[in-house]
Design a protein around this ligand. Sequence first.
Ligand code: ADP
Length: 906
Amino acid sequence: MPDLPFSAHAAVFEHTRDGVLVLDRAHRIVDVNRAAENVFGERSVLLGMAVEQVLPGWLPPTLDADGGIPRETVLVWPPTGSLRVLSVPQRDASGQVGGWALMLRDLVGSLEAEATLRHQKEFSEAVIRNSPVAIVTISREFRVLSWNPAAERLFGFTPQEALGRNILHLVANVEPIRPVAEQTSREVLQLDRVHSVTQRVRKDGSVVDVELLALPVAVGGQPVGFIAIYHDITDLQRARQAAEAANQAKSLFLATMSHEIRTPMNAIIGMAGLLLDTALTPEQRDFVTTIRQSGDALLSLLNDMLDFSKIEAGRVELESNPFDLRQCVESVLDLLAVRASEKGLDLGYHVAAATPSLLEGDAARLRQVLLNLVGNAVKFTERGGVVLSVDVLRAPVEPGDPFELRFTVQDTGLGIPENRRAGLFQPFNQLDASVSRRFGGTGLGLAISKRLVEMMGGRIWVESEGIAGRGSTFHFLLPARAAPQASLGGPRLEQPVLRGRRVLVVDDNAINRKLLNRQLVSWGMEPVEAGSGAEALARLESGGPFDLAILDHRMPLLDGPTLAGIIRGQEAVRELPLLLLTSFDQRDAQPPGLFFSVLSRPVKSSQLYDAVMKCLSHDTSPSMPAPSPPRATREGSIFGERPAAISSLRILLVEDNPTNQKLALLVLDRLGYRADVAVNGRAALQSLEQRVYDVVFMDVQMPEMDGLETTRRVRRDVPAAVQPHIIAMTANAMAADRRECLDAGMDDFLSKPIRVEELIAALRRVQPRLEVAPVTAAPVIPRIEGLDPAALTRLWHSLDGQVERMLPELIDTALHSMPKLLDDARAALARGQSDDLGRAAHTLKSNAAYFGVTGLESVCHDVERSADAGVLDGLAERMEQCQGELLTARRLLESLRESVAARATG
Ligand code: ADP
């Protein structure tokens, strides 16, 4: 090795990463390099110091005989734990050890690593200490290991109080928080991260809403505990609740406001309607028509405001009905014609010849969009005119495909500058304040239009050069299906649709068959009865064509859905429309596609009527007579119809608002009806207690007791025999509101403002029920010990004054079929077939219930329940009881028959 110059030695000594201490013979420090200085302090202090003071425990190593090889030793050294020291003896010229050079290995590296660690630890501790969220570390035994100041602030425990305590005892010590917290802890110990919004308890016992993030901590794969981070979300929760409350208040405000405005609107539109039916000069007629139409427009504007909030909330449902496109377009122009002519504008329209005249869709929504676009065009145009045109952009390729229609509204007005076009369809966007001050408007119209067009599957845009006088053109495209020509007109009015139609009635219960039969005959239909699935199939095969089949659900061997499946599989009758009558709880359990409609028992005759009507108006078989055209026109008097001539209904009008009352009474009066008035729900209940009414017109929104609650009470409290037909009258025309009325037990629904045509139609729908036998004086029902009087009342009512004719026949049927049912039940029990047993017992039970034979009913009920549960033990004994009850039933029914016969002859 070549000798290094001294300066090089000095540089190596000075800058090597090992610390070097040079000792004299007495082990005092005589020199240090820079690395050692960094660790032990300044050179001036170190020089002359005994090495003991900086490296306690260092001893000179014993040297080999030749003394040549330096020794590395390991010292305990607190700052890093240990220190490797290479001790190199310094020999003088005589070879004696005259001192030592101690090379302190890795001194800086380990010190640096230690410093980094310490730094990191301090950093994390600072983060945890200063964190605004509570951070707690917890052992596997749920002991608190660390507790930061935010935890102290959140829960109120100091670290001294918290450390070492069980976290569940500390902050989750009440029901029902504790079990949830235990579950969380268990999950996190299984090394799952848990994130939840939950509650914990403070030191003072108060409960706090927290968002909790719990993370497992594992060292070397071994779970050692977990970290829980609690975020106080009290304020967030409060803000959310406040926002919800505000939102509710807003909806309520909108609903109330719309109700308040609709009430006078109702009067304006309704009175204008009445006025139109008096002798008027053409000019007067025109004025009144405008009042009526403007009322309509105002109402739809009101709807716009409601709509926007509903659309925003995603709560708008589109309707789909046939409508006349030209009529829709014309009605928009009619409404704006006055304004246009005041401004001297030409207002024109053009509907391309290829456009289908009847469309399937939501006419009101389309009208709303057109009204807005044409309204704007008229508003923002001073000279020239506005043209609305409709053309077919794409005709359907396959039949049944939609048309693509283009609607264009072109004006010669102010135009819209390029830079303002982008935000035009945003809500509350008006081009400039001076314009909107001059022209008025809410800035909602285009936003609503855009949303509606998009909901209908189309898109909308605007073109404009932005030059005053050159105007703007709004376009929108809509997919639209053509509706069949015959689809307009009230389908429910045409009862002839039912005349002569053949219905197959399939029910194993003879009484049910009779009742259905009678009902169908009263509508002019021709029912054919089948007592079982097999018989039904035979009739379908050989009994000539049927228009409809009504199937009972629960029948032995072939139940309704199975029978339906078989019918669907047979070529000749595959298309036959099927209705299923089922118990309420099985209503939703039907396989889809088999039935045109599923009705739950007991079926109201109005429901059955509607279902049958719908079913048969739907089918377009040639045997169906064409529906008659809509009868009412604005020119001729709609009152000419006078359905009052058909029967004299006793009507109760429940309405709190005097104007609405007056209007409805006037309309009814013109139709030849007189009605009593109840001013609220309570008064209505009183009236119904005192008198029998056939029809109740029920306002829905009323103070004190609303129409829904009143209806529920009527349905609950009024005897079945005198239940009225209830027609809701409400300003809320949405589908959901309709559902709510029907669910409350109403039979029908009219939206306000009430239109005479609709009122007449509703009254007509009452007729089928009453036409059979106008209800006369309340019938006198015999009392027979052992027969339930309520059931008899129901029975009398259901037979609508035909008791003398029908009841003996029904009793005979029952006396004939009930013993057979008991035999069936016995046989099923003997075979151990609980299904068949349950069915027979069920039918026997409903037969008994029909006549109010409570003894038999209750035994059969027990048998049915046991059979349904598959428990056949002890039923033999029950059968004996049944037999006894059946004998009693025979006696009771015979005396019922006698009492009816006596009355008929007496
Ligand atoms: P409103 O008309 O109630 O203010 P809209 O959403 O219907 O609200 O229209 C927003 C704005 O768009 C209007 O205020 C007007 O500035 C501009 N605008 C709409 N239609 C036209 C048009 N045909 N010509 C010129 N400007 C129009």
